[in-house]
Ligand binder design. Structure first.
Ligand SMILES: O=C(O)CCC(=O)C(=O)O
Ligand SMILES: [Fe+2]
Length: 312
């Protein structure tokens, strides 16, 4: 008898066999059992995604291509876009160059890539005097981004607000452009402004140029591929506050001239191309250095300013 009592009390009271022979559960235990049953598949799926799915991913899938799952027209993305969260740091006062941390959010970056993803073509350069030309020094692919897309319009508005007094309300932007680089691809030294202002093709005869540039890093799954400005210098030690994203010189045995910007998703470099006198500043000549491994995607945002005729 004593033995029987002992073995009965070893079973928690709530799980005792009833006199019908079935197992009884308390309400709390029933709920926790059901909760576990319901959440188990979710837990297993999360574990699979984190630990195992990389081993089953297709070999040639784009790395970290989270843009495929993003909806660039999502109301929450567009609402969030109206408020910006970037911070700025001056890199150089003369010429003026500013580093913009988180100019776009990660989600905005991926959504912008998605908007242009189907339109990449070999990059060209816009020639002085009009027309486009493919050149061996620019081996990337480019894709235009339609300003009719609300997200693109929002990012361009952000750039306009940043420019403040640099641009009149009636002065527009060029069509923003994605640029994509794979291994070894590059853009050799160039300026974004034309040495001579360009004539608008609308018959008005107005002259325009690019007074400033924003280059935004949208994808940084790469080694190397920095943006290099050999004609902009920062004093030794002053780059410390820029957290390793901005460095003096470049790494390949060059004499350490200039400043390099590491691709960091969402961050942007802003610089002034043309001063108040309407003359282009050659010190902002720059290059997209060859990408080592992986993929780099950036975005050019160029305001357009109208200028008086230049003296010859
Ligand atoms: O890829 C880069 O780092 C710079 C690109 C650039 O300068 C341009 O597209 O004009
Ligand atoms: Fe450029």
């Amino acid at each position: 008898m004593a033995k029987l009592i002992q073995s009965q009390s070893a079973v928690p009271p709530s799980r005792k066999a009833s006199n019908t022979g079935k197992l009884e559960l308390s309400t709390a235990q029933f709920l926790s059992f059901s909760f576990t049953l319901l959440t188990l598949p979710l837990l297993l799926q999360t574990l699979y995604t984190i630990y195992f799915s990389p081993y089953f991913a297709p070999l040639h899938a784009p790395q970290n291509d989270s843009s495929t799952s993003i909806n660039p027209s999502s109301p929450s993305l567009l609402t969030a876009c109206r408020a910006h969260t970037y911070t700025t740091q001056i890199v150089s006062l003369d010429p003026l160059m500013i580093y913009i941390n988180n100019f776009t959010s990660g989600a905005e970056a991926e959504a912008l890539i998605k908007l242009g993803a189907d339109d990449f073509e070999d990059s060209f350069i816009s020639r002085s005097g009009g027309g486009n030309q493919k050149v061996s020094g620019r081996t990337s692919q480019s894709a235009p981004l339609a300003v009719e897309e609300p997200l693109v319009a929002c990012i361009v508005d952000r750039a306009r607000a940043f420019l403040g007094t640099m641009l009149h309300a009636h002065e527009p932007f060029s069509t923003p452009q994605l640029v994509r680089y794979f291994q070894t691809q590059r853009y050799d030294l160039h300026t974004d402004f034309w040495p001579r202002h360009q004539r608008l093709s609308d018959g008005s005869g107005r002259l325009f140029n690019r007074p400033a540039s924003f280059f935004v890093f949208l994808r940084d799954n790469c080694t190397a591929g920095e943006t290099w400005f050999p004609g902009v210098s920062i004093e030794d030690g002053k780059e410390v506050g820029l957290g390793g994203r901005v460095r003096r010189g470049k790494d390949d045995g060059d004499d350490g001239k200039g400043v390099t910007f590491k691709p960091v998703k969402g961050s942007a470099v802003f610089w002034v191309n043309i001063g108040e006198d309407g003359v282009g500043d050659r010190r902002v000549v720059h290059a997209g250095l060859p990408v080592g491994e992986g993929e780099k995607i950036g975005m050019n945002i160029w305001p357009r300013k109208f200028y008086a005729a230049q003296d010859d």
